[in-house]
Design a binder for this molecule. Structure first.
Ligand code: RNT
Ligand code: ZN
Length: 415
């Protein structure tokens, strides 16, 4: 018996909060861990630089060079993250047979065999993302291109990805979220804002018209306000993607790095939950811009998770991490961000949410503020450590020793 946990349990019990119930809910909450933090979004195609207006910065040693090394790193990360999760895979992580040449429009489920094996071995689900960037045909526009050949190529890619998503769901037993995000846009003031959006609409309509099992695959659409090189205009703006997703009964996806800096996704979550059965999140941390820093246990992460919990929507929100920092140990980056999302969920689960709502409804705003502020120092850390221990994962900062060993014995040997 852990004395710290027992004492925290009592503190919470006095507030009417059941720590065991919170632990059970956290145990059942899967977060989709993005594979692409492992290797700076390179993927396995061996093609050139990252494009699409996203960027990794930094050159920390230990970058994995092969699929084997990526899988080893993901395995290490999962071993330090409590609970069972999902892995979020991008299409550019396809693995061709030796000597086989594949392109984005010819990928098939068999090219992701190792991802399915990895997921099964780790009791993970799999989510999927078409990759509409880092490709010769993505030098300009993709699904919004006025060039029919280019547009058709990317439509074929989208359809290929739906097939792979169905396969993932069947193989793992978990529905697969397939998220469409394109970096299409313009550096400077466009002459035609509607044309690209109409073509985007038509392209996604064509992808979806391939037909798929909606109980297996949830198609999401992610918005973005700008990207590097597309500062003036993006086709997939918030209004476009939300309207499209809702009109086609898809799942809207919000990445909290993709809005104007004073907008907060925490406030958008309950708004979208009023109208959508399911929504999806990319949890990230922007510093000054969509910088994709590792998720911290910060106010907005906590506020977002509070909304998911307070709306009783843990089973209606697809949670995923999305960031890429190449300036620190990449495995540690995965562990830190995933654990922080979990800590934020736990923090939300350990609040007297019903009581606080009552205070609001009764107009008792002084007391509401007082309690909200005092609640910030409740002993959530002791409950979190208990969660880690029960899941056979190091508690506190103990896990970092593993990273130091792994870095020394594995990552730094990759020259
Ligand atoms: C880019 C989007 C998108 C990507 C991944 C790699 O700004 O956030 O989700 O991060 O597709
Ligand atoms: Zn994202």
């Amino acid at each position: 018996m852990n004395a710290r946990y027992e004492s925290a349990k009592e503190v919470y019990a006095k507030l009417g909060i059941d720590t065991e119930a919170a632990l059970a809910k956290l145990q059942n909450t899967r977060i989709s861990m993005h594979c692409w933090q492992a290797d700076d979004v390179h993927g396995f195609e061996g093609t050139g630089a990252l494009s699409g207006g996203i960027q990794t910065t930094g050159n920390y040693p230990g970058l994995p060079r092969t699929p084997d090394e990526v899988f080893a790193d993901l395995d290490k990360a999962l071993s330090l993250i409590p609970g069972s999760h999902k892995i979020n895979v991008h299409a550019n992580y396809a693995i061709a047979e030796p000597g086989e040449v594949i392109d984005r429009d010819t990928i098939e489920p068999r090219h992701f065999k190792r991802w399915v094996e990895f997921a099964k071995a780790h009791n993970c689900g799999l989510d999927f993302n078409p990759t509409f960037f880092s490709h010769p045909k993505a030098a300009g526009l993709t699904l919004t291109s006025p060039d029919e050949d280019i547009r058709n190529f990317w439509i074929r890619h989208g359809i290929a990805c739906i097939r792979i998503s169905e396969h993932f769901a069947r193989e793992t037993g978990f529905p697969c979220l397939m998220n469409i995000w394109i970096g299409d846009g313009f550096k400077d003031v466009p002459a035609d804002r509607m044309g690209p959006r109409m073509r985007y609409m038509d392209s996604i309509d064509k992808i979806l018209s391939c037909g798929y099992d909606k109980s297996l695959v949830y198609v999401a659409l992610e918005s973005k306000v700008f990207g590097i090189g597309v500062e003036a205009y993006t086709a997939g703006s918030a209004e476009f993607t939300l309207s499209y997703a809702m009109s086609r009964h898809l799942t809207p996806l919000m990445d909290n790095g993709h809005y104007h800096p004073t907008e907060v996704v925490s406030d958008k979550i309950p708004a979208l939950l009023c109208f959508n059965d399911r929504i999806a999140l990319h949890i990230t941390r922007g510093i000054r811009w969509d910088s994709d820093h590792v998720v911290a246990y910060d106010d907005e992460t906590k506020e977002m998770m509070k909304e998911v919990v307070r709306c009783n929507a843990l089973d209606r929100v697809f949670l995923a991490t999305d960031y890429f920092d190449a300036s620190i140990n990449r495995v540690a980056a995965l562990v830190i961000g995933m654990r922080n999302v979990q800590k934020a969920i736990l923090t939300a689960l350990l609040l007297p949410n019903e009581k606080l709502k009552e205070l609001q409804d009764n107009g008792e705003f002084t007391k509401l503020l007082a309690l909200q502020e005092e609640n910030k120092l409740l002993p959530v850390g002791a409950v979190w450590d208990e969660f880690c221990t029960r899941n056979n994962v190091p508690a506190g900062s103990e896990w970092f020793k593993d990273i130091e060993d792994y870095e020394k014995n594995v990552q730094l040997l990759r020259k």
